[in-house]
Design a protein around this ligand. Sequence first.
Ligand SMILES: Nc1ncnc2c1ncn2[C@@H]1O[C@H](COP(=O)(O)OP(=O)(O)O)[C@@H](O)[C@H]1O
Ligand code: SF4
Ligand SMILES: [Mg+2]
Length: 373
Amino acid sequence: MLDRIKDDTAVAARNVLVEVDHLKMYFPITAGIFRAKVGDVKAVDDVTFDIYEGETLGLVGESGCGKSTCGRAILRLYEPTAGAVRINGRDVASASQDQLRKMRPAMQMVFQDPQASLNPRMTLAAIIGEPLDEHTRLAKADKLARIYELMDQVGLNRNFANRYPHEFSGGQRQRIGIARALALNPKFIVCDEPIAALDVSIQAQVVNLLEELQDRLGLTYLFISHDLSMVRHIADRVAVMYLGRIVELAPREALFAEPLHPYTQALLSAVPEPDPNQEINRRRIILTGDVPSPANPPKGCNFCTRCPAVMPICRQDEPTYQEVAPGRFVACHHYANTTMTAGLTAAAEASGQNASGTKTPTVPKGQGIQQGD
Ligand SMILES: Nc1ncnc2c1ncn2[C@@H]1O[C@H](COP(=O)(O)OP(=O)(O)O)[C@@H](O)[C@H]1O
Ligand code: SF4
Ligand SMILES: [Mg+2]
């Protein structure tokens, strides 16, 4: 894989391209023959974050925590229940259909399953050319030239232009999906588990391609994944999601060196360390209990039913999502009185860690912690 040096401080100086402001996406639960609404699946529940121009923001969390719904609501592939989304300063969430159509070229999505997202009855040229038909008035020759250019960019042989999706491998199909997403020169792409359906041997090639395209075209990514090792490789900053909420957001290096939220600590404890010396000392935090239903999240902190560091207040009051150190956001009562001036060390101590990143578990002895794997 490409070994890009990512400078976290450089990211901080960049322009904000995507602003997600208190976004909620609820799906109604209906019952009975009249389909009366009896509740909501709170798939995304009050999520706020920015994405800087040219960066990759990783969005991680267990299956079902709301990552895909968040990505789709940002692009308004779903109608958000509440909140605002601004891309390049323009409000996506409340735009009219006509305004939205004009904004579409700037924001695109690469889907997890390239097989399911490509029309089996269309040729590769027709699939890649479809957005050009919808949003441009290119003459036939110019359109074909653009299709060939896109095929070159993603490493597809031009001779394949008249073939159908089933004639391609999984990796090639994902390249077609990426070419289609690039057709209208987007600024922002939501990559929803773009490599999860691919063979391991192909995953690195597709990730390399996404990185090369980002460098060449100045793209901004929201990279959704449950694979923390991959996110560690590709993301500049990482947002951790649990049950519809962002529980922690931090620059990549800081998050992996010193996770602050108990859920992040548990997630990262499951990732093997590349360094054998550190791997020996890795302490695995095993969370007990199931993830609660997003239709009926627990009162207070939504992680309180599984949190090894739970306190009485956690079952009463929802913790505030706040910046506890420059660029580091966390929603946990252990950090409630931590100010930015007090700094990260105080925040880490409050949660039972030391600032060097060696986690001092807040879990009672013998409960939920295992040595190694
Ligand atoms: N169209 C939908 N209608 C109702 N519930 C949905 C819909 N899409 C997702 N959900 C629910 O929202 C929650 C989050 O789903 P999703 O965003 O797909 O999670 P993730 O991508 O993190 O695996 C899940 O409980 C899922 O069942
Ligand atoms: S607020 Fe309480 S339950 Fe929630 S993560 Fe923090 S310690 Fe755990
Ligand atoms: Mg998903």
